[in-house]
Design a protein around this ligand. Structure first.
Ligand code: ADP
Length: 257
């Protein structure tokens, strides 16, 4: 609690009363902490690939590595880490754009958007021998949305379902109309998420298994982007999951009359 005293002066400029203003700054402090944590997290996430890049560059410059194969290996790592930095920055800029602006929703064709994303990611599933079952209702109505953002949500959710499934797995996707809403569900039979971490995965940079996510090219920002976008669409992203059995992510969009 922050206390401010505002004196009230009488005609002869004497203080003859006052107002004490008590301000609850808990929320402000919380916001400040969240912001500080965020800066610390970003710095850490950026520093990890940078340290690796600098280390390999130093080795290449300072030691006489004769072996062409070793040189190539080091250069490859430098390239991978640079790509990672670039992906991280793109994700962060996306998140910051989504968080700082509010968007106008327009009636749009969800199915068309879904199909575009599905064709993009279908190959990734095939490469892992993952089977995707689609259960899509006929004659779907238009929904209120920002097309590029819904595209981003679908990319992140489908990409995760593929990433966190073993080869030979199955993913079920359904799109259904219920009263005035369009429901989207994606269910995988992958590694699953422990119950006590199911809320935390939507936090920026939170990953159940950092090393695993990193290996799979993850940044830990995808689901925070999803949560933000879905919120801006007047809805909420939900997760149900069991370790070793799989996960289900779902959300709805409002039907445009
Ligand atoms: P990442 O870039 O690490 O995939 P996300 O923000 O997309 O970041 O997801 C955060 C974390 O949530 C992941 O690191 C992973 O631990 C967990 N996760 C997300 N989707 C799934 C899923 N379908 N199955 C299991 N775990 C998942």
């Amino acid at each position: 609690i922050q206390t401010t005293f505002i004196p009230l002066l009488g005609d002869n400029k004497d203080i003859n009363g006052g107002v004490i203003v008590l301000t609850d700054i808990t929320e402000l402090r919380k916001l400040e902490t969240v912001r500080n944590d965020f800066v610390a997290n970003v710095s850490h996430e950026l520093r990890t690939p940078l340290t690796s890049i600098l280390g390999y560059l130093d080795t290449l410059l300072e030691s006489d590595i004769e072996d062409q194969k070793t040189k190539e290996k080091f250069l490859k790592i430098i390239k991978e880490e640079t790509n990672r930095l670039s992906l991280l920055i793109t994700d962060l800029l996306n998140l910051s754009k989504i968080e700082s602006q509010s968007f106008e929703l327009y009636p749009g064709d969800f199915l068309k958007t879904f199909q575009k994303v599905y064709h993009l990611l279908e190959k990734n599933a095939q490469l892992k021998d993952i089977n995707i079952n689609l259960e899509i209702e006929d004659d779907l109505p238009q929904v209120y949305m920002v097309r590029e953002q819904v595209e981003q949500v679908l990319i992140n959710l489908i990409d995760n379902a593929i990433k966190y499934s073993s080869s030979g797995g199955t993913i079920n996707i359904s799109v259904q109309k219920k009263s005035d809403k369009l429901y989207f569900e994606i269910q995988d039979n992958g590694i699953g998420i422990p119950v006590d971490e199911q809320e935390r995965i939507f936090e920026r940079f939170y990953r159940v298994d950092k090393a695993r996510s990193r290996e799979l090219g993850g940044t830990g920002i995808g689901l925070s982007i999803v949560r933000n976008i879905i919120k801006q669409h007047g809805s909420e992203i939900k997760v149900e999951s069991r370790v070793g059995e799989g996960s289900k992510f779902s959300f709805y969009l409002n039907i445009a009359d």
